[in-house]
Write a protein that binds this ligand. Sequence first.
Ligand SMILES: NC(=O)C1=CN([C@@H]2O[C@H](COP(=O)(O)OP(=O)(O)OC[C@H]3O[C@@H](n4cnc5c(N)ncnc54)[C@H](OP(=O)(O)O)[C@@H]3O)[C@@H](O)[C@H]2O)C=CC1
Ligand SMILES: O=C(O)C(=O)[C@@H](O)[C@H](O)C(=O)CO
Length: 287
Amino acid sequence: MANSFDDTTPAIMPTLDLNDGRAIPQLGLGIYAMKGEEGVDAIVNAVDNAGYRLLDTAVNYENEREVGEAIANTVTPREDLFVTSKIPGRHHGFDEAIASTEESLARLGLDYLDLHLIHWPNPSVGKYVDTWRGLIELRERGLVKSIGVSNFTEDMLTELFDETGVTPAVNQVELHPYFPQADLIAFHRSIGVQTESWSPLYRDQGLFDETPIAEAAAAHDVTPAQVVLRWHIEVGSIPIPKSANPERQRLNAAVFDFALTPAEVAAISGLERGRMKDRDPLTHEEM
Ligand SMILES: NC(=O)C1=CN([C@@H]2O[C@H](COP(=O)(O)OP(=O)(O)OC[C@H]3O[C@@H](n4cnc5c(N)ncnc54)[C@H](OP(=O)(O)O)[C@@H]3O)[C@@H](O)[C@H]2O)C=CC1
Ligand SMILES: O=C(O)C(=O)[C@@H](O)[C@H](O)C(=O)CO
């Protein structure tokens, strides 16, 4: 595989504590839409040359095989990686969650997942608590080390705890400067849940041109994407930017040697205007 970064040092990835005693890397690689041999090479590059340790896939990304092939191809030991997948809506239910996870592990060629999430709550289906019980069972069996959810509301998180006594380690939600979700982050912190940000770069759809981001980029001599990713770190969330481009992968991960001022963070959070598209988990459902 071509390696354009032999002369650079991969980022050293800091970690945050989870409520189950484990640690999670503070930034990860989103793997949505990375497929085929190109996808494998991009993931290998991210791990071996850019320093990514957290890999974020899902059954619905239809690339767990590619992720497994990349893990097998990296020189980085499997135990240094933090592999996340997600249970799709069509696999909700206790037995279904267990079968779904066994299939994910088979596709990935792994003995265990570091983190497994319920991808969407799909409230009209009414099975996310049963699915959560399945994840608790999977953790007891050792097939999954940490368990969490994605796109859950405060009420849904509270319901999971009330019904099972187990709080998710992570809630992965849409979060970026246009949709900072400050109240949800504060709630997560109050109950010991780590926040992960999906679409942390707003899919490069205009965010980088915003004045507070451009000004901070100039002030710190970094790229606008690095400012946005550092903003996620400052507000206490774990961004999982997707990039298949080696140069962008490397720069996106290199956000741990500068800090934004409180005024810069506030100005960027002030860009708030709402979700990217209609992805309200009370109404948006994915199977
Ligand atoms: N739980 C959930 O419901 C959801 C989870 N996710 C997860 O979150 C991850 C990230 O979110 P995603 O929706 O992919 O969007 P991102 O905000 O990560 O943006 C990805 C896009 O931005 C481009 N990009 C990346 N870095 C840069 C840069 N430095 N400068 C300019 N453009 C850049 C990428 O192109 P290129 O590859 O060419 O660099 C790609 O087109 C997903 O991959 C997935 O793992 C996403 C949506 C929902
Ligand atoms: O990427 C994910 O994890 C999703 O849930 C996607 O379906 C996402 O919602 C999307 O925007 C797909 O276009």
